[in-house]
Design a binder for this molecule. Structure first.
Ligand code: ATP
Length: 422
């Protein structure tokens, strides 16, 4: 086996809410590489990091590229830096690009750093110090915050991964309505799901492959395999030019942001976890349509939320009852509420306590505090205050998972159609 020495290239924080996308910049770099005979090793990587990161534009994604570390590396570095200089949205205060070059094996401490960038917050200084300590060549533009994500994007091990095919628009069409034939998207979903996923939110009639921002992306299709992406691209019809397209290997939809919490009190704010607990109260809705309830275990309790954008998921959540044991997946946000991405029913409480049935067949009513029960039909009385357990039929099912709709799902959340894969 020939072992080639690799140059890793990390790029992040080049875009703004008004335009650009680091993946598009990467595709332009890849084109320039091709023009100069520089071939990528493996697919370009699109790595999603901490969903709670403060300065993210949208999905907190960074890009990693790998090329052979040969005579072309100086040219490759020049191309990367020139393209970042040319295409980044420097006018935006929050755009602070960072590029790193790293020549060698990804070490265990770099992998650990990458997981920290998913689970925790890292400062620019920390990233710089770490990058230097492992031998990264660091390029900061403006504040250079992008180096935080750049180092993570080359370092994250992809034990589970998916692919995304991104098709890009002609510059003159940026900001205009995307000309996608929605019927062809429905057809594509029918013919390629579950190899592709997150294409459409059927409950909302929402085309999820189409971004809603003025960025260069025309559509993005997510999948487990490259073959199904190519098939999907052939099916989706558009009536505007696709100037370029690129397939990225990603950690999207792998649940890599989720840490296993041993109990409720061990979870911290701005962390994403799965944890098992017992439902304390019936979920209630507040103004704005957000739904809340508590779960508890021996260590403590936490408020859980299914927010308005999760739409019909709230109907499912409303079926939870006190005493149900559930495993929840999600993140603890600003108000210290656990924002549920999905949950699994571990054990339903299917016993309800009701007034006893009278000998005449009618359910009895209370005869007053501590005075037992009486029958309104035949006048019969009993002195016992004990309600009787009754097995009830529940809408929810034991062992089943329930998830938020596609339109409200995080890039990193693993959809149920992938749950059995890893
Ligand atoms: P897009 O998805 O459109 O590419 P984005 O949401 O990825 O945009 P960026 O422009 O990449 O947003 O900005 C995210 C910023 O947050 C980057 O500077 C990145 O280095 C930084 N960042 C990433 N992870 C962390 C972290 N764990 N702690 C602190 N900063 C982080």
């Amino acid at each position: 086996m020939i072992i080639i020495n690799i140059l890793h290239i990390g790029i992040d924080d080049t875009d703004s809410p008004d335009g650009m996308c680091t993946t598009y910049l990467a595709s332009q770099i890849i084109n320039k590489f091709e023009d100069n005979g520089i071939k990528l090793v493996d697919y370009p990587r699109l790595i999603r990091l901490n969903p709670f990161a403060r300065f993210k534009t949208r999905g907190n994604g960074g890009v990693g590229l790998k090329i052979p570390n040969d005579d072309n590396v100086e040219l490759a570095k020049k191309i990367v830096l020139e393209e970042v200089e040319k295409l980044s949205m420097f006018d935006c205060d929050n755009t602070n690009p960072g590029v790193i070059f790293y020549d060698g094996e990804i070490t265990k401490e770099m992998e650990d750093y990458a997981f920290r960038a998913i689970y925790e917050f890292i400062t620019i200084d920390e990233a710089e110090e770490f990058g230097k300590s492992v031998g990264c060549e660091i390029h900061k533009f403006k504040k250079g915050r992008g180096i935080i994500g750049s180092i993570a994007s080359i370092s994250l091990p992809l034990s589970d991964f998916t692919f995304e095919l991104l098709a890009y628009r002609a510059a003159e069409n940026y900001g205009t309505k995307r000309q996608i034939d929605y019927e062809s998207v429905y057809r594509m979903d029918k013919e390629t799901f579950p190899d592709t996923f997150e294409n459409i939110d059927y409950s909302e009639d929402y085309i999820a492959i189409e971004p809603k921002t003025p960025c260069p992306v025309l559509y993005g299709i997510r999948s487990n395999t490259v073959e199904s992406l190519k098939k999907a691209k052939d099916i989706v019809q558009v009536s505007e030019p696709i100037v370029d397209w690129c397939i990225f290997k990603t950690n999207q939809h792998t649940d890599m942001h989720i840490q296993n919490a041993s109990d409720i009190s061990s979870m911290k704010q701005f962390g994403c976890y799965c944890v098992t607990g017992k439902v304390k109260n019936k979920p209630t809705v507040i103004d704005g349509g957000h739904m809340f309830f508590y779960i508890f275990d021996e260590s403590g309790e936490i408020e859980c939320g299914a927010y308005e954008p999760t739409k019909n998921f709230r109907k499912v959540v409303s079926h939870l009852c006190p005493g149900d044991i559930i495993k929840i997946y999600g993140g603890i946000g600003e108000h210290n509420t656990f924002n549920i991405e999905k949950f699994q029913v571990i054990k339903l409480n299917d016993i309800e306590y009701k007034n006893p049935i009278c000998e005449c067949g009618k359910r009895m009513t209370s005869a007053g505090k501590n005075k037992g029960f009486k029958c309104k039909k035949c006048g019969n009385k009993i002195s016992s205050n004990k309600k009787v357990p009754i097995k009830v039929t529940r809408f929810l099912k034991n062992a089943q998972f329930y998830e938020t709709p596609v339109s409200a799902r995080r890039h990193l959340s693993k959809p149920l159609c992938r749950m059995s894969l890893h």
